[in-house]
Design a protein. Structure first.
Ligand SMILES: [Ca+2]
Ligand SMILES: [Ca+2]
Length: 277
């Protein structure tokens, strides 16, 4: 009996050490692009609501240039959502990052990266000139149709690195001057669900002077869920204990029957002895 119980215990503990949940594979992983070719890869979708903007991979080889010829190209709930943009589908947790060459000179000229659910739910992180002359990196967007400027910091360099991280419902915006030393701009809860669109855009609003921005790359880093250790050992242990109790109960019943039989035999013998005496 002891041997059987010990064997079940060892089996239970051994199984508990190897039980894991394998990470899910993402059904719709997004793709990085260094913009080194002469044509766009098929994952991208060009969105240009006015149909008057353009993009080029040859104007500055190695960079994607997005050009907006005049105003009325915004991503702002109170004016319009006409900004030219390149988007692709994404799911799960990820970071998106771009390196940008952009030197805005006129009011509400901007360029950056975007996470978009629909026209009432999106986040944009951009290098921007607004409010008549403020040069900034800015995080803003709509949450269920409500517009917010979430955070901004003064920034007046031609090169900027922008990064948005999504972990569940949490989004973290960061920026850098050199792509090495990163500064955190803001962290916010922003439930969007899956799938979402991610991408790059250019703004040109409230004046009629053309502008373009050049993107060196758009990098997507999918954050894979970590394998999770499952306490299946406890489940196995519980099962083992139940089996052991059942086996022990059976053993006790058999022993009791034996005892009862031997008691009856003794009783019979006693009766026999009494009769004999
Ligand atoms: Ca809206
Ligand atoms: Ca490049």
């Amino acid at each position: 009996m002891k041997k059987v119980f010990s064997f079940l215990m060892i089996l239970s503990l051994a199984l508990s050490m190897v039980s894991v949940i394998a990470p899910k594979t993402l059904a719709d992983p997004a793709h990085s692009d260094e913009f080194e070719g002469a044509t766009l890869v098929s994952e991208w979708t060009w969105v240009d609501p006015h149909g008057d903007c353009s993009y080029s991979l040859t104007g500055n080889p190695g960079y994607l240039r997005i050009y907006a010829p005049h105003g009325d190209h915004d991503l702002y709930t109170y004016s319009n959502l006409n900004a030219p943009r390149l988007i692709q589908s994404a799911r799960g947790d990820f970071t998106i990052e771009t390196k940008l060459l952009f030197d805005p000179r006129y009011d509400v000229q901007g360029a950056g990266i975007l996470i978009w659910k629909d026209s009432d739910n999106y986040l944009r992180l951009d290098r921007l000139l607004h409010r008549g002359g403020e040069q900034v990196v800015d995080l803003s967007g709509e949450d269920k149709g409500l517009w917010s400027y979430l955070a901004e910091t003064p920034y007046n360099y031609t090169i900027s690195y922008l990064r948005l991280e999504r972990m569940g419902d949490m989004f973290t915006a960061s920026y850098s001057k050199d792509g090495v030393s990163w500064m955190s701009l803001y962290r916010t809860s922003f439930p969007l669900g899956d799938p979402v669109s991610i991408g790059i855009f250019v703004l040109n609003q409230w004046q009629n002077i053309s502008v373009y921005a050049e993107f060196d790359y758009f990098r997507v880093k999918v954050i894979q869920p970590q394998p999770v250790l499952v306490p299946s050992g406890f489940i196995m242990l519980a099962g083992t204990i139940v089996i052991a109790i059942v086996v022990a109960a059976g053993f006790i019943m058999v022993e009791s029957k034996k005892q009862a039989k031997s008691t009856k035999t003794l009783e019979k013998m006693s009766v026999y002895r009494l009769n004999w005496l």
